[in-house]
Design a protein around this ligand. Structure first.
Ligand code: ATP
Ligand code: MG
Length: 405
């Protein structure tokens, strides 16, 4: 039995993908995947019949192909990934390739063949192909059973544009939209558990995330900055972060702590964080802020406090976790791969100058009154000017153009 060229297929959800939208989506996904898979054994990629076909380098082992497929499955926009083989429109070759594809799908008990013919040049229709390939597989896998309804494995035989694609091994992808199909957002990124996952959630909806991290420096060590950099590297693997601004915030917190009644300090830190984030957002063309807030999780996340902080910005603020339990966020952080990094303790601006009894029901009038005494007109431009940009690799960003912004 000869061995056939290995392929992977990236499938995407087609709902809502019509007309112009569709080709924009496909082009974006292709470009993202090409950049993300640059270090992997890929020969070439092309679009066929509603998916992206990836030719795997000759000689690539099954294990390496699976590892690559697992990376593909994490690229936003990818709904499923299959690994299999390409062969000619020839029945004997199809039998062989189907046999190899089914062997790759072990362990399993039941299977069925699902043939599709996009090309009427091939004389055998899909019903007959199902039967023929099915009968061949039954002979070679006598201990396995054919099951029409919900089998463990489906062997797909697709006759398309002169070739046949055969695959049985399939994994689920993260779904969503390709990064770069929904515009830019500015994410308030701590080294905690929640905000890194919030960034990823927005990326999965097609946004290009930029981050801003407020560090306690020079009042604290820079531990949180290293953790944020590690987190950004995890997000970078699938193109889910473009740049992170690190803003040394310690001196400003100290100044706030010296002038603002203790119970209002956190609110004041957070309003200032939002104002700086908004200024940075405008600089890079981001049209919304993102936080990892979850209702009632900590004192600053009551409805009253959220609205008082929200009033510090004109931009919409997206909080993907507002109704999510911590346990669920932790599960997602583990899946994303940021949980262990986020679990390391780091003093950041949130641990600095913390009051014992923070206000939980802040009133905007009172906060504005206190805030009026702070030199925000000086502070905001100073903080924006001191923001240190760190770039990560996001295929949807033109970094030369960004440098001029
Ligand atoms: P997280 O796990 O994301 O840190 P949290 O449960 O610790 O969240 P808070 O510390 O109140 O909650 O922070 C709420 C949100 O404010 C965070 O999700 C993040 O978006 C933002 N934030 C908090 N601290 C910082 C920081 N040092 N720099 C940037 N953003 C921050
Ligand atoms: Mg935190």
């Amino acid at each position: 039995m000869s061995s056939y060229q290995r392929i992977c297929l990236m499938h995407y959800h087609e709902i809502g993908l019509k007309g112009h939208n569709r080709s924009t989506f496909e082009n974006r996904l292709m470009k993202n995947a090409e950049a993300i898979l640059a270090g992997y054994p890929v020969v070439t990629m092309r679009r066929i019949s509603g998916r992206i076909l990836v030719f795997v380098k000759e000689g690539t082992s099954y294990e390496d192909a699976v590892e690559m497929a697992q990376v593909m499955a994490k690229i936003p926009g990818v709904a499923r990934v299959s690994c299999g083989y390409i062969c000619h429109q020839d029945l004997e070759e199809m039998y062989d390739a189907a046999q190899q594809a089914l062997a790759d799908a072990e362990p399993f008990e039941t299977f069925k063949v699902q043939a599709r013919r996009n090309h009427t040049d091939f004389p055998i229709n899909s019903m007959d192909l199902n039967q023929l390939v099915g009968a061949h597989l039954c002979r070679h896998f006598p201990e396995k059973k054919v099951k029409m309804k919900e089998p463990d494995v489906e062997v797909h035989v697709e006759v398309i544009e002169g070739s046949t694609y055969i695959y049985a091994w399939t994994i689920r992808g993260v779904g969503g939209l390709p990064v770069g199909s929904s515009g830019r957002v500015m994410c308030l990124l701590s080294s905690g558990i929640d905000s890194p996952v919030a960034v990823w959630r927005l990326a999965r909806r097609g946004a290009i995330p930029f981050g801003v991290h407020f560090s306690g420096r020079p009042q604290t060590a820079s531990t949180s900055e290293y953790l944020v950099d590690d987190i950004a590297h995890v997000l970078e693997k699938t193109g889910c972060i473009a740049r992170v601004y690190v803003v040394p915030f310690g001196d400003y917190q100290r100044a706030i702590a010296a002038q603002v009644p203790p119970e209002l300090r956190i609110i004041m830190y957070r309003r200032l964080m939002f104002m700086v984030a908004e200024a940075l957002a405008r600089k890079v063309g981001a049209k919304a802020l993102v936080t990892g807030e979850s209702l009632g999780q900590v004192a600053s996340q009551t409805i009253e406090n959220i609205s008082v902080v929200n009033a510090a910005t004109q931009l919409p603020v997206f909080r993907p976790f507002i109704g999510t339990d911590k346990i669920e966020i932790i599960d997602q952080a583990q899946e994303l791969g940021t949980f262990d990094i986020s679990s390391q303790p780091a003093p950041d601006c949130c641990t600095l100058f913390m009051p014992r009894n923070p206000e939980t029901h802040a009133k905007l009038d009172r906060v504005l009154e206190v805030e009026a005494a702070l030199p925000l007109d000086e502070w905001i431009p100073e903080l924006v000017a001191s923001a240190e940009p760190h770039d990560y690799r996001c295929p949807a960003v033109n970094y030369k153009k960004l440098a001029r912004q």
